[in-house]
Design a protein around this ligand. Sequence first.
Ligand code: DGJ
Length: 546
Amino acid sequence: MPIKKMMVAIALVFSTAWFISANILVAQSPMPQLAHTGSKYQLQVDGRPFIILGGQAHNSSASNPEDLTPVWNSLVAMHANTAEVPIYWELIEPQPGQFDFHLIDDIIQGARSHGLRLVLLWFGTWKNGAMTYTPAWIKENQTQYIRVRNAWGEPMEIISPFCAAAREADEKAFAAVMKHIKSVDEAQRTVIMMQVENETGLLGTDRDYSPQATRMYQSTVPSELMGYLEAHRDGLMPALKAAWAASHFRRSGTWAEVFGDLAPEAFSAWYVARYVDAVAAAGKQAYPLPMYCNNWLVGPGAARAGDWPSGGPTIHALDIWKAAAPHIDLLAPDIYLPEFLETAAAFHRPDNPLYVPETGFLPFFAPYAFATLAEFNGIGFCPFGIDHGVENGKLTPQGEALEKNYRVLEPLLPLIEKYQYTGRLFSIVQDLDRAKTVPLGHELAAVVHFTEPFRPDFHTARAGGIIIELSPDDYVVAGSGFRVDFRYLQGPERSPELLSLEEGTFEGETWKPTRRLNGDEFHVTLPEQPRILRVRLLRRDENALH
Ligand code: DGJ
């Protein structure tokens, strides 16, 4: 064979082999998914359970790749595994149908080179109850892309959920984004989940008062929604249930007849959720990553829907979203309120796993990572504004508070993934009590004494930790700022004998001890610096008593 022909043949063989192996690679890397069996949920990445220890970038950081450097550096210093980063409709589609994905490519490259996964946040039609990230060609054309009207009939800075043209434009743009992510990331799956829109709803009005919207408001509630509510009546959120109960659980009627005072918010929720669901469906058709929506919670002092974005998937409207948005895998609270645990409890439901896409990046909130993963079987935890974890090469106070907790959580993730939903994970978050009793199983309790008093402000770090029951006599205790006494729950005060105490870490599910502590250090003490202890108990031998 002449040399030239031979080289062509070799090149052909190689390129065919590359093509085949690239396809095998794609086939070997399963889609990220939110798997569930009944009411037990697990995020899976590369076919394995994956818990997000993350942080969210500031809103503008992803418009300039250089501004993402502090985000990557903070997350790496924090022992995080995932970055939440926004992508902006206005910059991706500056002219109708003309797409520019270079910012997405930069984000993916940046995450990969720092060993991080990504949750991308689609800042599309909605950003914090308004339309600030829609392209200029949407903002400038109010005839085609119609706005919500307030009760005085004035147009607002919010796209109307009844605007089919805007919805179709958002669907097309989001589908193009997902198609692009598929084309650049299918083999590596750096992007593991998408947030569709950001804090949807109508800020500043309880509903759209345009003539078209008012006609819809005065017509009957869709039977699809009524059927859903009937079927799920027992588990409905209290506010919605109370509003519906006031109409004696009417099975049909106008929004006001069925939902009374909650009607404008319920109405907004249904139509905002239908809009967002269509966007998610279009995106999933291109590339079906798990998708969720975050929400602006009803805060103290907020009296009426519109003080918070009316119709967003907040506590009042969560059930309506469940009925209206089957393509949204979960609804997630942005928790900046001190009532973190109450909020987490409300969103952790048989039909909704807990994901905390935003919480304050403040020492106060840092120990809630333990509660999210242990107490609420959460799939992830992400403080907002993670850019400020490290400054001048040093951890900032809020960075230090989070790093401490993520440092011990990181090696424990395989165990946490294994024991979620088994009743064998317990969390410790310090509050005003100097000590608290955490009931474990098997008639045992962990009595937790905090090393420092709690100061109820957002900027002071506080103790937090986790207890994992490996077996009735074998526990992992991790965290900082407390000590633990194991006690029997029944009868007069009595403690089991400690059989052994070790400090160490886990590699996968394998314990790697570093120090044996059976002498002067024979106490389950986790002071300022976080540590992981393995505590083996010697249980009472009933026969020895006789
Ligand atoms: C919640 C929003 O979802 C974020 O994008 C950001 O605006 C924060 N609030 C700021 O606190």
